[in-house]
Design a protein around this ligand. Structure first.
Ligand code: ZN
Length: 258
């Protein structure tokens, strides 16, 4: 079974109801963490997952709300005695600094009981296993700072696209079809998302996450606006604890966790 678990759905700042970005993609026993905002170790525990089950972590870009939980997660795995390899995908320019910081906090080399594989992300294919082939598509989110940011596309029995943070809706022009689009709603006006959905008819389900604080409490209004473009069973406004079961026949069910 394939499922998505929205652990943290806030944008740049956590709120009372939303922690920072972390989404868990489960494919039977294999688990993939898409972004790793804090407090992801705690949220995984509360949602009933074993840290050791995580196979790979995909970091979209180096803003703290997207990766700040990685350090505690690596320490959690160290203390829990993980022995299986863990892969982390992150923008190539960040890797040397990231490794230096791991040395500073004693999470490097032989300090870890598991192999830590850090894979540089560039545009294009970045990862493949029996479940998914993953490609990265650059976005303009950090272009003013000349830094990279990526959307990720997971393709297997189903195709799940994670927008990451985008500069504008044009960053998703390449997207033709997807069973599920996880769309950020912090750096793009809702109107642009609605126009995008009008054009992109081959998106099975849209899940809005990374919600701007100004929209918190207005989820019902946002949902109603999306109803002009999609039937209700194809819309989810994610909150912390939202769980989405996905079946290849493109029937979707929502279940809520926490
Ligand atoms: Zn960002």
């Amino acid at each position: 079974m394939i499922s998505l678990h929205f652990l943290g759905t806030a944008s740049g700042i956590p709120t009372f109801y939303r922690f920072n970005s972390a989404t868990l993609l489960c494919c039977d026993q294999d688990k993939y963490l898409i972004d790793c905002g804090e407090p992801v170790s705690s949220l995984l525990l509360r949602t009933g997952f074993d840290w050791k089950e995580i196979k790979a972590v995909f970091i979209s870009h180096m803003h703290a709300d997207h990766f700040s939980g990685i350090f505690q997660l690596l320490q959690s795995l160290q203390i829990a005695g993980r022995t299986e390899k863990l892969s982390i995908m992150m923008p190539e320019n960040a890797i040397n600094t990231f490794k230096s910081f791991l040395e500073l906090i004693l999470l490097h080399g032989d300090m870890l009981p598991y192999q830590l594989e850090i894979i540089p992300v560039q545009s294009g294919y970045i990862f493949k296993d029996d479940n998914f082939q993953v490609t990265a598509c650059p976005t303009n989110h950090l272009k003013p700072y000349n830094r990279p940011a990526y959307s990720y596309s997971f393709e297997g029995d189903i195709k799940i696209v994670y927008s990451g943070d985008i500069g504008s809706i044009n960053d998703l022009r390449w997207l033709q079809e997807a069973d599920v689009l996880i769309m950020e709603l912090a750096h793009v006006p809702l109107d642009d998302v609605l126009q995008f959905l009008k054009i992109k008819s081959k998106i099975g389900k849209i899940v809005l996450s990374h919600i701007h604080p100004d929209l918190e409490g207005k989820e019902k209004e946002v949902f109603n606006m999306l109803l002009d473009f999609l039937p209700k069973e194809r819309i989810t406004i994610a909150g912390d604890g939202t769980m989405l079961k996905i079946v290849p026949e493109k029937c979707y069910n929502n279940e809520y966790g926490l």
